[in-house]
Design a protein around this ligand. Structure first.
Ligand code: SF4
Length: 374
């Protein structure tokens, strides 16, 4: 049974140049219809949740009135102590929304800061400025939020290690408890991908990116943020429980176009069209566009691929309990080719091998390691 709920709000004011998430431009009547169908769906759920995460898109783009509607129905679906996160973008996070969030049990705000340098924000196609981003974080703090996360991007073409160091220095001065730091990637179907293909931009070299990544880990640790996943750093007690559930490959329910659910061993993705989602939901029809029932082996492999992203890595006993599969048998052929070049290391306790985790070098190649488990 799912203990985590994800809700996708697929509206943005403008598409960022690097973004390949499903989102459409804001259209007031669609937004209103969408919130109505979501509320009906949520009300009909016979479940309550340990974590709720409203992501996007740009959730903070919804009006106060629509937020109130949504939060009212979600209020009945929160278990005591529920971690309730709302993603927000700086330009649309205002005090009235923050007040509403605080009143209706939202206890974690994740702000898409991305950069504290206006030129870099422009390059990425973001519509807010650095000062707006700082103000958004301070506003959240003033409204009493102590669990504020910010997203950051490094490795933008033309960026130097020194300018990145300056940004991180400013970032940790903010009243935040969590920071997610992503390396810019050039995903197909994005403007940046086209620009890169046409050689209009030259991405940073691998070794420059590696230097930045290493710097993140060391600098953030000194500033009190320990790494608990390849891109995630938090102060003590502020790891994102919703994401930890995801990396444990535990069940979750996803609502909204493009949202993925993982329930009863079936991974299913909703259609990628908000109008279609509204129509299907209003007619009580299935919104799933594609699904896959995972075999025991597949489930185990996916669990390994997700869990290895965490600093803790894979504990063999946990893995066996969780998947019914012996990790060493499952990955026997693969393991040496990852341990030998220093990407993985075995975790031993009293001379007994209890698990496996990424090395510092392995974190740099996390995607490669993760894919090799699938
Ligand atoms: S605001 Fe977020 S979801 Fe919207 S286009 Fe930008 S990166 Fe994508």
């Amino acid at each position: 049974m799912a203990e985590s709920l994800y809700i996708h709000i697929p509206f943005c004011r403008k598409k960022c140049l690097y973004c390949d998430f499903y989102s459409v431009s804001l259209d007031l009547s669609t937004v209103s219809d969408y919130v109505n169908v979501l509320c009906a769906q949520i009300s009909s759920l016979g479940l309550d949740f340990r974590t709720i995460y409203i992501g996007g898109g740009t959730p903070s783009i919804l009006s106060v009135k629509l937020w109130e509607k949504l939060l009212r129905v979600l209020d009945k679906k929160r278990r005591p102590g529920c971690e309730f996160t709302v993603e927000a973008n700086p330009e649309s996070l205002d005090t009235s929304k923050l007040k509403l969030f605080a009143n209706w049990g939202v206890n974690r705000i994740s702000i898409g800061v991305q950069s504290l340098c206006d030129d870099k924000l422009k390059k990425l196609g973001r519509i807010h400025s650095a000062i707006e981003a700082i103000r958004a974080v301070l506003k959240a703090e003033r409204k009493g939020f102590d669990n504020i996360s910010i997203d950051f991007i490094f490795g933008v073409w033309g960026e130097s290690l020194n300018s990145w160091k300056e940004e991180l220095k400013e970032a940790v001065k903010l009243p935040i408890s969590h920071i997610s730091v992503y390396c810019l990637s050039y995903e197909e179907n994005t403007i940046l991908f086209q620009k890169q293909s046409k050689k209009e931009i030259v991405p940073l070299a691998e070794d420059e990116l590696a230097q930045m990544y290493k710097y993140n880990r060391n600098y953030l640790a000194k500033a009190g943020f320990s790494q608990y996943e390849v891109s995630s750093f938090s102060k003590t007690g502020f790891q994102c429980r919703h994401n930890l559930n995801y990396w444990d490959n535990e069940p979750y329910l996803g609502l909204g176009p493009s949202a993925v659910s993982y329930l009863g061993g079936i991974r299913a993705q909703n259609c990628l069209d908000v109008r279609r989602y509204i129509t299907l939901t209003s007619q009580a029809q299935n919104t799933v566009a594609s699904s896959e029932e995972l075999s025991t082996e597949r489930k185990a492999k996916e669990t390994a691929a997700l869990k290895i992203r965490t600093k803790q890595g894979i504990d063999f006993k946990w893995f066996k309990n969780h998947t019914g599969v012996d990790f060493m048998k499952l990955e026997a052929k693969n393991l040496n080719s990852l341990i030998q070049p220093g990407l993985l290391r075995l975790k031993k306790l009293r001379k007994v091998t209890r698990g496996v985790c990424l090395t510092k070098k392995g974190f740099l190649f996390c995607d490669t390691v993760s894919k090799s488990f699938l």
